[in-house]
Design a protein around this ligand. Structure first.
Ligand SMILES: NC(=O)c1ccc[n+]([C@@H]2O[C@H](COP(=O)([O-])OP(=O)(O)OC[C@H]3O[C@@H](n4cnc5c(N)ncnc54)[C@H](OP(=O)(O)O)[C@@H]3O)[C@@H](O)[C@H]2O)c1
Length: 279
Protein backbone atom coordinates (compact mmCIF):
# COMPACT_ATOMS: atom_id res chain seq x y z
CA UNK A 1 0.00 0.00 0.00
CA UNK A 2 1.28 3.50 -0.83
CA UNK A 3 1.73 5.73 2.18
CA UNK A 4 0.67 8.74 0.08
CA UNK A 5 -1.65 7.90 -2.80
CA UNK A 6 -4.95 6.07 -3.37
CA UNK A 7 -4.36 2.31 -3.87
CA UNK A 8 -5.97 2.04 -7.33
CA UNK A 9 -4.44 5.24 -8.76
CA UNK A 10 -2.58 3.35 -11.51
CA UNK A 11 -4.81 0.27 -11.75
CA UNK A 12 -4.57 -1.45 -15.14
CA UNK A 13 -1.47 0.47 -16.24
CA UNK A 14 1.66 -1.35 -17.42
CA UNK A 15 4.92 0.18 -16.17
CA UNK A 16 8.52 -0.57 -17.13
CA UNK A 17 11.19 0.55 -14.65
CA UNK A 18 14.82 0.16 -15.71
CA UNK A 19 17.29 -0.47 -12.92
CA UNK A 20 14.34 -1.64 -10.82
CA UNK A 21 16.32 -4.33 -9.02
CA UNK A 22 18.13 -1.91 -6.73
CA UNK A 23 18.00 1.46 -5.01
CA UNK A 24 15.76 4.19 -6.37
CA UNK A 25 14.38 1.95 -9.14
CA UNK A 26 13.29 -0.73 -6.67
CA UNK A 27 11.44 1.89 -4.63
CA UNK A 28 9.80 3.29 -7.78
CA UNK A 29 8.71 -0.26 -8.70
CA UNK A 30 7.30 -0.75 -5.18
CA UNK A 31 5.33 2.52 -5.35
CA UNK A 32 3.88 1.91 -8.83
CA UNK A 33 2.96 -1.70 -8.04
CA UNK A 34 1.34 -0.65 -4.77
CA UNK A 35 -0.84 1.75 -6.80
CA UNK A 36 -2.15 -1.11 -8.96
CA UNK A 37 0.20 -0.95 -11.96
CA UNK A 38 1.58 -4.12 -13.53
CA UNK A 39 5.29 -3.47 -13.09
CA UNK A 40 8.23 -4.91 -15.03
CA UNK A 41 11.70 -4.26 -13.67
CA UNK A 42 14.58 -4.57 -16.14
CA UNK A 43 18.36 -4.46 -15.85
CA UNK A 44 21.48 -6.52 -16.61
CA UNK A 45 21.83 -8.64 -13.45
CA UNK A 46 18.92 -11.05 -13.84
CA UNK A 47 19.50 -12.89 -10.58
CA UNK A 48 19.31 -9.70 -8.51
CA UNK A 49 16.26 -8.58 -10.49
CA UNK A 50 14.46 -11.85 -9.93
CA UNK A 51 15.20 -11.66 -6.21
CA UNK A 52 13.85 -8.11 -6.08
CA UNK A 53 10.76 -9.01 -8.13
CA UNK A 54 10.00 -12.01 -5.89
CA UNK A 55 10.43 -9.93 -2.73
CA UNK A 56 8.19 -7.14 -4.02
CA UNK A 57 5.58 -9.62 -5.25
CA UNK A 58 5.42 -11.25 -1.83
CA UNK A 59 5.38 -7.94 0.04
CA UNK A 60 2.60 -6.42 -2.10
CA UNK A 61 0.58 -9.55 -2.86
CA UNK A 62 0.84 -8.94 -6.59
CA UNK A 63 3.17 -10.01 -9.40
CA UNK A 64 6.19 -7.89 -10.26
CA UNK A 65 7.92 -9.13 -13.44
CA UNK A 66 11.67 -9.20 -14.18
CA UNK A 67 13.35 -8.88 -17.59
CA UNK A 68 17.01 -9.05 -18.47
CA UNK A 69 17.93 -5.86 -20.35
CA UNK A 70 21.09 -3.95 -21.17
CA UNK A 71 19.81 -0.63 -22.46
CA UNK A 72 23.03 -0.26 -24.50
CA UNK A 73 22.01 -3.26 -26.64
CA UNK A 74 19.57 -1.89 -29.22
CA UNK A 75 18.40 -5.32 -30.43
CA UNK A 76 17.65 -6.43 -26.89
CA UNK A 77 15.81 -3.15 -26.22
CA UNK A 78 13.47 -3.87 -29.15
CA UNK A 79 13.02 -7.51 -28.16
CA UNK A 80 12.33 -6.67 -24.51
CA UNK A 81 9.67 -4.10 -25.44
CA UNK A 82 8.00 -6.64 -27.77
CA UNK A 83 8.05 -9.32 -25.06
CA UNK A 84 6.42 -7.04 -22.49
CA UNK A 85 3.70 -5.96 -24.92
CA UNK A 86 3.00 -9.59 -25.86
CA UNK A 87 2.84 -10.69 -22.23
CA UNK A 88 1.16 -7.73 -20.49
CA UNK A 89 -0.14 -5.33 -23.15
CA UNK A 90 0.97 -1.83 -24.18
CA UNK A 91 3.41 -0.03 -21.90
CA UNK A 92 1.76 3.03 -20.34
CA UNK A 93 4.57 4.21 -18.05
CA UNK A 94 8.30 4.11 -18.76
CA UNK A 95 10.74 5.05 -16.00
CA UNK A 96 14.26 5.43 -17.37
CA UNK A 97 16.09 5.03 -14.09
CA UNK A 98 18.79 2.54 -15.09
CA UNK A 99 22.17 4.17 -15.40
CA UNK A 100 25.28 5.13 -13.56
CA UNK A 101 28.76 6.55 -13.79
CA UNK A 102 32.09 6.58 -12.02
CA UNK A 103 33.68 9.54 -10.33
CA UNK A 104 36.75 10.72 -12.27
CA UNK A 105 38.64 13.96 -12.79
CA UNK A 106 38.00 14.91 -16.43
CA UNK A 107 41.58 14.41 -17.57
CA UNK A 108 41.52 10.79 -16.39
CA UNK A 109 38.37 9.73 -18.31
CA UNK A 110 39.42 7.25 -21.02
CA UNK A 111 37.70 7.04 -24.43
CA UNK A 112 36.09 3.76 -23.34
CA UNK A 113 34.92 5.23 -20.05
CA UNK A 114 33.38 8.22 -21.81
CA UNK A 115 31.67 6.02 -24.42
CA UNK A 116 30.27 3.63 -21.81
CA UNK A 117 28.70 6.43 -19.74
CA UNK A 118 27.20 8.13 -22.81
CA UNK A 119 25.99 4.80 -24.24
CA UNK A 120 24.20 3.97 -20.99
CA UNK A 121 22.81 7.24 -19.75
CA UNK A 122 22.08 9.06 -23.01
CA UNK A 123 21.84 6.56 -25.88
CA UNK A 124 20.28 3.80 -23.77
CA UNK A 125 17.61 6.17 -22.48
CA UNK A 126 16.94 7.35 -26.04
CA UNK A 127 16.77 3.83 -27.55
CA UNK A 128 14.28 2.57 -24.99
CA UNK A 129 12.17 5.72 -25.11
CA UNK A 130 11.93 5.63 -28.89
CA UNK A 131 11.19 1.89 -28.92
CA UNK A 132 8.37 2.22 -26.36
CA UNK A 133 6.97 5.32 -28.06
CA UNK A 134 6.88 3.68 -31.50
CA UNK A 135 5.46 0.40 -30.21
CA UNK A 136 2.82 1.87 -27.88
CA UNK A 137 2.80 5.43 -26.69
CA UNK A 138 2.42 7.22 -30.02
CA UNK A 139 -0.78 5.19 -30.50
CA UNK A 140 -2.13 5.06 -26.93
CA UNK A 141 -0.37 7.92 -25.10
CA UNK A 142 1.79 7.37 -22.04
CA UNK A 143 4.17 8.79 -19.47
CA UNK A 144 7.95 8.77 -19.63
CA UNK A 145 9.94 9.75 -16.55
CA UNK A 146 13.72 10.03 -16.84
CA UNK A 147 15.85 9.99 -13.71
CA UNK A 148 18.81 12.31 -14.34
CA UNK A 149 21.07 14.27 -11.96
CA UNK A 150 21.78 17.88 -11.03
CA UNK A 151 23.07 19.42 -14.27
CA UNK A 152 22.48 23.17 -13.99
CA UNK A 153 25.90 24.08 -12.56
CA UNK A 154 27.83 21.26 -14.18
CA UNK A 155 29.08 18.38 -12.01
CA UNK A 156 32.81 18.32 -11.20
CA UNK A 157 34.11 14.76 -11.27
CA UNK A 158 31.35 13.59 -13.63
CA UNK A 159 31.92 15.36 -16.95
CA UNK A 160 30.71 12.29 -18.87
CA UNK A 161 27.52 11.78 -16.91
CA UNK A 162 26.51 15.42 -16.66
CA UNK A 163 26.92 15.67 -20.45
CA UNK A 164 24.72 12.60 -20.93
CA UNK A 165 22.07 13.74 -18.45
CA UNK A 166 21.97 17.26 -19.93
CA UNK A 167 21.36 15.55 -23.27
CA UNK A 168 18.48 13.59 -21.76
CA UNK A 169 16.97 16.79 -20.38
CA UNK A 170 17.20 18.55 -23.76
CA UNK A 171 15.79 15.45 -25.48
CA UNK A 172 12.92 15.50 -22.96
CA UNK A 173 12.02 19.11 -23.77
CA UNK A 174 12.09 18.26 -27.48
CA UNK A 175 10.01 15.07 -27.30
CA UNK A 176 7.52 16.78 -24.99
CA UNK A 177 6.62 19.12 -27.85
CA UNK A 178 6.87 16.60 -30.71
CA UNK A 179 4.70 14.02 -28.93
CA UNK A 180 2.30 16.23 -26.94
CA UNK A 181 -0.60 15.74 -29.32
CA UNK A 182 -0.04 11.98 -29.31
CA UNK A 183 -0.86 11.89 -25.59
CA UNK A 184 2.74 11.42 -24.42
CA UNK A 185 3.97 13.35 -21.37
CA UNK A 186 7.69 13.20 -20.67
CA UNK A 187 9.61 14.70 -17.76
CA UNK A 188 12.90 14.34 -15.88
CA UNK A 189 13.50 14.05 -12.16
CA UNK A 190 16.94 15.31 -11.11
CA UNK A 191 17.75 13.99 -7.64
CA UNK A 192 20.35 15.49 -5.36
CA UNK A 193 22.00 13.00 -3.03
CA UNK A 194 19.68 10.08 -2.33
CA UNK A 195 20.39 7.54 0.43
CA UNK A 196 20.52 4.72 -2.09
CA UNK A 197 22.76 2.00 -3.48
CA UNK A 198 24.22 4.29 -6.16
CA UNK A 199 26.26 6.10 -3.50
CA UNK A 200 28.31 2.94 -2.88
CA UNK A 201 30.34 3.63 -5.99
CA UNK A 202 31.78 6.85 -4.56
CA UNK A 203 34.90 7.11 -2.40
CA UNK A 204 34.29 7.29 1.32
CA UNK A 205 36.81 10.15 1.43
CA UNK A 206 34.19 12.46 -0.07
CA UNK A 207 32.33 12.25 3.25
CA UNK A 208 28.95 11.76 1.58
CA UNK A 209 27.44 10.21 4.68
CA UNK A 210 29.21 12.36 7.27
CA UNK A 211 29.78 15.76 5.69
CA UNK A 212 27.30 16.17 2.84
CA UNK A 213 24.03 16.26 4.83
CA UNK A 214 25.23 19.43 6.57
CA UNK A 215 25.75 21.07 3.15
CA UNK A 216 22.15 20.51 2.08
CA UNK A 217 19.74 23.25 3.26
CA UNK A 218 17.28 20.65 4.60
CA UNK A 219 20.25 18.93 6.37
CA UNK A 220 19.80 15.37 5.17
CA UNK A 221 20.05 13.10 2.13
CA UNK A 222 16.85 12.37 0.18
CA UNK A 223 14.91 9.20 0.94
CA UNK A 224 14.21 6.94 -2.04
CA UNK A 225 10.47 7.39 -1.44
CA UNK A 226 10.84 11.10 -2.18
CA UNK A 227 11.81 10.25 -5.76
CA UNK A 228 9.24 7.45 -6.12
CA UNK A 229 6.34 9.66 -4.99
CA UNK A 230 7.14 12.21 -7.68
CA UNK A 231 7.31 9.44 -10.28
CA UNK A 232 3.84 8.30 -9.16
CA UNK A 233 2.49 11.85 -9.33
CA UNK A 234 3.83 12.36 -12.86
CA UNK A 235 2.46 8.97 -13.95
CA UNK A 236 -0.98 9.73 -12.51
CA UNK A 237 -3.82 11.82 -13.98
CA UNK A 238 -2.43 14.76 -11.99
CA UNK A 239 0.53 14.83 -14.39
CA UNK A 240 -1.47 15.27 -17.59
CA UNK A 241 -0.70 18.98 -18.02
CA UNK A 242 2.98 18.70 -17.10
CA UNK A 243 5.52 17.92 -19.78
CA UNK A 244 9.09 18.71 -20.84
CA UNK A 245 10.19 19.70 -17.34
CA UNK A 246 13.08 18.75 -15.08
CA UNK A 247 11.96 18.39 -11.47
CA UNK A 248 14.83 18.94 -9.06
CA UNK A 249 14.51 16.97 -5.80
CA UNK A 250 17.57 17.98 -3.80
CA UNK A 251 16.52 19.67 -0.55
CA UNK A 252 17.85 22.96 -1.94
CA UNK A 253 21.37 21.57 -2.40
CA UNK A 254 22.02 23.00 -5.85
CA UNK A 255 20.90 26.48 -4.77
CA UNK A 256 23.29 26.69 -1.88
CA UNK A 257 26.35 24.54 -1.40
CA UNK A 258 29.22 22.99 -3.27
CA UNK A 259 28.21 19.56 -4.57
CA UNK A 260 31.28 17.86 -3.19
CA UNK A 261 35.01 18.54 -3.18
CA UNK A 262 36.66 18.74 -6.59
CA UNK A 263 38.22 15.27 -6.60
CA UNK A 264 41.97 14.84 -6.65
CA UNK A 265 42.85 11.24 -7.68
CA UNK A 266 45.43 10.87 -4.93
CA UNK A 267 42.83 11.65 -2.24
CA UNK A 268 40.28 9.08 -3.38
CA UNK A 269 40.30 6.02 -1.15
CA UNK A 270 37.84 3.11 -0.91
CA UNK A 271 34.14 3.41 -1.73
CA UNK A 272 31.32 4.40 0.60
CA UNK A 273 30.46 1.38 2.75
CA UNK A 274 27.33 -0.59 2.08
CA UNK A 275 24.20 0.37 4.06
CA UNK A 276 21.64 -2.45 4.03
CA UNK A 277 18.56 -0.23 4.05
CA UNK A 278 19.56 1.31 0.70
CA UNK A 279 18.68 -1.75 -1.40
N1 LIG B 1 21.70 7.85 -5.46
C1 LIG B 1 21.85 9.12 -5.78
O1 LIG B 1 22.21 9.96 -4.95
C2 LIG B 1 21.58 9.59 -7.21
C3 LIG B 1 21.63 10.96 -7.47
C4 LIG B 1 21.38 11.41 -8.76
C5 LIG B 1 21.07 10.52 -9.76
N2 LIG B 1 21.04 9.18 -9.49
C6 LIG B 1 20.71 8.26 -10.58
O2 LIG B 1 19.54 7.54 -10.26
C7 LIG B 1 19.59 6.24 -10.87
C8 LIG B 1 19.41 5.17 -9.80
O3 LIG B 1 20.44 5.31 -8.82
P1 LIG B 1 20.59 4.37 -7.53
O4 LIG B 1 21.12 5.21 -6.45
O5 LIG B 1 19.37 3.58 -7.32
O6 LIG B 1 21.83 3.47 -8.01
P2 LIG B 1 21.95 1.94 -8.46
O7 LIG B 1 21.40 1.04 -7.43
O8 LIG B 1 23.37 1.78 -8.89
O9 LIG B 1 20.98 1.89 -9.71
C9 LIG B 1 21.36 1.86 -11.03
C10 LIG B 1 20.55 0.77 -11.70
O10 LIG B 1 20.73 0.88 -13.12
C11 LIG B 1 20.91 -0.42 -13.65
N3 LIG B 1 21.71 -0.30 -14.86
C12 LIG B 1 22.99 0.19 -14.96
N4 LIG B 1 23.42 0.08 -16.22
C13 LIG B 1 22.40 -0.49 -16.94
C14 LIG B 1 22.26 -0.88 -18.30
N5 LIG B 1 23.25 -0.72 -19.19
N6 LIG B 1 21.09 -1.42 -18.70
C15 LIG B 1 20.07 -1.60 -17.81
N7 LIG B 1 20.15 -1.25 -16.51
C16 LIG B 1 21.31 -0.71 -16.08
C17 LIG B 1 21.62 -1.22 -12.56
O11 LIG B 1 21.32 -2.61 -12.65
P3 LIG B 1 22.32 -3.65 -13.39
O12 LIG B 1 23.70 -3.36 -12.89
O13 LIG B 1 21.78 -4.99 -13.01
O14 LIG B 1 22.16 -3.40 -14.86
C18 LIG B 1 20.98 -0.63 -11.29
O15 LIG B 1 19.84 -1.37 -10.91
C19 LIG B 1 20.93 6.17 -11.58
O16 LIG B 1 20.77 6.55 -12.93
C20 LIG B 1 21.76 7.19 -10.83
O17 LIG B 1 22.87 7.65 -11.55
C21 LIG B 1 21.27 8.70 -8.23
Amino acid sequence: MSSLFRDDLLAGKVALVTGGGSGIGAQVARELASLGAKVVIAARKLERLERAAAALSEELGTTVYAKSLDIRDRDRVQACVSEIIAELGPIDILVNNGGGQFLAPAETISPNGWDAVIATNLTGTWSLTQAVAKACMLKHGGRVINITMLTGRGFPGMAHSVAARSGVEAMTRTLAVEWAQRGVRINCIAPGLVASSGLRTYPAALGILERMPAMVPVKRLARREEIAWLVAYLASPAGDYVTGQTWTVDGGHDLWAEKWPIPDPKDLGPAVPEVDSWE
